[in-house]
Design a binder for this molecule. Structure first.
Ligand code: SF4
Ligand code: SF4
Length: 388
């Protein structure tokens, strides 16, 4: 793709990077075939190729407009298009640059519900309190809030050892809604004699802000994490939520600092850490499992087939699932900002997952688990909960 970005923009690192990514696109449109929003809406501007043109116009003209804002807001940043693209276009990074320009021009502002959530994830105790207080009146609240309140807030039980060099990221939402996932990982490490410690539950990775287009807020959070967690004392940082893991792995690129790169280099998803171990089946009552790989695992971290292999070796039967590459519609704050489209995508995903009568659905990210768990006819669990 030919570009004419302003010279002043090209002098910046962001400008050079945007130009490099745009020039890789050869307009072939292969990516449209795997884009959930294009498949749902059939509009070229709701597919990756159309959005790339919109971002190019935005960066060349320096003028934001509501049309570009609407179509970019509808993008899930699922990065399925990156997996499909034969030219290696890093769409996710380009979308980040485009969204930042839109935000600074006053477009695509997060809603009050997103702003509230972003405050609460930094204060898990407030989130627990609000979830408890909100439960009795959830029926009068907007659907996206009502669904979140379907979950009872809890606290994790496992305790790590202070000086261990293996760190488990608790995750902000996960530490409140599904803390048992980290407990399961802790149990699996304990039985193998691996010492670990936990991050403070207020340590949000910054992924939510990034998804909401609040680039500077996200970077501030990341700086604070890198300073507080001090990777020189760590050998490995394990994330059990693939949405957090994909963000933690990007600290080096996003912060552009040696500290950020040193931290990112130590981050692994739980499946990378556990892939060489063998397990026994925990859920003896379950055989047929439908596996939903979150976009942050399969497209963001490019970890495909690994959880599937562990679950199969452990004795579960994975039922065939159509369109496994498509997003469930959760996507950070997307279910709050785009509730209608998010629900359409969820229904499509649930239909695919349930087509071969599984006894439960397994996934690897708390957002997907909550989003699907409120409507699925079978339990939706984290895959770690299936291992002993
Ligand atoms: S598949 Fe890649 S090169 Fe082709 S239009 Fe999409 S982003 Fe551009
Ligand atoms: S990130 Fe996902 S929703 Fe956005 S353009 Fe790419 S495939 Fe479509």
């Amino acid at each position: 793709m030919q570009t004419k970005l302003p010279a002043s923009f090209l002098e910046t690192e962001t400008g050079r990077r945007a130009d490099q990514i745009l020039r890789r696109c050869v307009h072939c449109g292969f990516c449209n075939a795997t884009c959930p929003t294009y498949l749902e809406r059939g509009d070229e501007l709701d597919g990756p190729r159309g959005r790339i043109y919109l971002i190019k116009d935005l960066l060349e003209s320096g003028t934001a407009n509501p049309v570009a804002a609407n179509h970019l807001d509808r993008c899930l940043t699922c990065r399925a298009c990156e997996t499909t693209c034969p030219s290696g276009v890093e769409y996710g990074e380009l979308a980040e640059i485009g969204r930042d320009v839109l935000r600074r021009s006053g477009f695509s502002k997060p809603s009050w519900m997103t702003k509230l959530l972003l405050v609460l994830v930094r204060h898990p105790n407030w989130l627990r309190l609000i979830m408890r207080l909100g439960r009795p009146v959830r029926f009068i609240l907007p659907a996206s809030l009502r669904e979140t309140l379907a979950y009872l807030p809890r606290r994790g039980e496992s305790v790590g050892s202070d000086n261990a060099s293996v760190l488990i990221m608790r995750g902000c939402v996960q530490s409140v809604v599904t803390p048992e996932v980290n407990d399961h990982l802790a149990g699996l490490l304990q039985t193998r004699g691996i010492a670990f410690r936990f991050s403070d539950e207020t340590r949000c990775c910054g992924g939510m802000e990034l998804h909401a287009g609040l680039h500077n807020d996200a970077l501030n959070q990341m700086h604070s994490n890198v300073r507080a967690l001090d990777s020189s004392r760590l050998q490995t940082v394990i994330s059990t939520a693939s949405g957090c893991g994909v963000t933690l792995k990007e600290y080096g690129r996003l912060l552009g600092s040696d500290e950020g790169r040193a931290f990112s280099a130590k981050v692994v998803d739980a499946v990378e850490y556990l892939q060489t171990f063998t397990f026994t089946k925990k859920r003896k009552d379950v055989t047929r499992v439908a596996w939903h790989p979150p976009c942050t695992l399969q497209h963001g971290q490019r970890l495909r087939g690994v959880v599937e292999s562990i679950l199969t070796k452990t004795g579960y039967e994975l039922v065939p699932v159509k369109d496994v590459h498509l997003c469930c519609g959760s996507a950070g704050v997307y279910s709050i900002e785009q509730p209608e489209l998010s629900r359409q995508l969820r229904q499509r995903k649930i239909d695919s997952l349930m087509a071969n009568q599984p006894e439960l659905i397994a996934t690897a990210n708390v957002g997907c688990q909550m989003h699907m768990g409120t409507v699925a006819d079978v339990p939706v669990v984290h895959w770690l909960e299936l291992l002993r």
